[in-house]
Write a protein that binds this ligand. Sequence first.
Ligand code: FAD
Length: 490
Amino acid sequence: SKSLVWFRRDLRSYDHAALYRALSQSEHCYCVFIFDTTILQHLPKRDRRVQFIHQSIVELRAELKKLGSNLIVHYGDPQHLIPKLAAELEVNAVFVNRDYEPTAKTRDHTIELALQSFNCQFIACKDQVIFEDNEVLSLAGKPFSVFTPYKNAWLKKLASEADAEPDFYFKAYPIEKYAHRFAPTLPTQLDAELPTLADMGFEPFEDAEIKLQGGMLAANALLDDFLNRIDQYGTTRDFPSIKGPSYLSVHLRFGTVSIRYLVRLAIEHMRVASNVAGASVWLSELIWRDFYFMILDHHPHVVSKAFKPEYDAITWENGDHAQALFQAWCDGKTGYPLVDAAMLQLNQTGYMHNRLRMVVASFLVKDLGIDWRWGEAYFASHLNDFDLSANNGGWQWAASTGCDAQPYFRIFNPITQSEKFDSEGKFIKRYLPQLAALNHKQIHAPWTLRPLELQAANLKIGIDYPNPIVEHDVARKKTLERYSVVKKVQ
Ligand code: FAD
């Protein structure tokens, strides 16, 4: 029998569930990746993520070649191309790793039906997450909607799998075992060169502009670096001026690293590390990732609506003034240094530190009164690691509309967040050099400085750096009023 493995957000040649299953179940296995024009057509001509994917595909193709395979690379609409290719290659089954996003589910279903018309199977495997669907349920047999009990049940499930199969933690899908089953040659019409970014209408970033490298090797380099400091993760992860987190999110997004491998490493560290807290806090973050995939899978309405429907009754600011406030937020011109530096980090690098994502999201929703969906969409177009599940989950958490027990009256104060998490202002100064002369007390709220202090720092508020676009205390009261409609609905 013959099979086709369709790579999507799993751009690696090791520990790959769909690839392993296809190889173990068929005599000849083909591999394909499609640059999906239905997604690409909406992106700007310079997009770090497209470049990241392209780099990852160059590497994947070379790695698969070493194993004896030729990765077919197409450019077009998969709903048309996958059935066409499956028919041309006369495969019996198309294997993929399961996707949990509603539009991807619909696309996959359409393709499955098209394949069925010529007796070709569509086989989806679990790969992106550790547990999916109904694998982790409450005692009542229901999906969880709050993180902590989910996490406890998740850990229990992992431990029980490990008991049943002592090798569990170390299990990976060994692709090499069946490498002889890769179809060695391609029909000539399919054996084409990889399209370049320019072929697809994109422009590359220069190396200096982008500190982002696609591919498995790049992911491993980040991982090696992180493992040297994983024990400190619990104490460093909240401070944006410190190299605390792993920076692996974009690699998890495109599957250039395996989630199973990361979980195994975290658990190994918890067993041997003198300070288990680092690895166990990091494992918790990986569980958050599973959690939000599970939420999206079970509750697809979150894509456009609040997880808790009563929060859809809230009226957000609208009109020209709201547009102007939103633009100031996007451009890093709110007058709140930590918020502005965070937005500049996003705009300049495509990354934003987790603590800052919480701060700027809270600021947009609860200081500016703007619909969380506007912020979610801005993040979606700017984050290298944009993942619908985590992004939507993060925004709904910040807006208190989501599935976790974050009450709406818990409102971040952008000044105290700044004092606490960037106390010296080191992060702020990296992105706002015009504030470089301010000391650690002045930097968090420069508009409160006396004229002499401003003069000494050579800073003109309103010229070198904006006046605050809202007053936090006033905004806070407005937000409590805005959200009071929720109580009335309840
Ligand atoms: P680390 O601290 O090293 O964490 C390891 C991994 O755990 C991350 O790579 C990520 O895969 C996962 N993770 C960590 N925190 C979370 C979380 N809260 N929810 C889900 N997974 C998590 N993460 C994304 O991957 N894509 C997004 O689009 C995204 N949007 C967000 C939007 C908002 C408003 C908020 C508050 C958070 C968002 N996050 C998102 C979660 C988190 O901020 C990033 O995963 C993290 O900052 C990535 O950096 P890292 O890889 O160095 O993380």
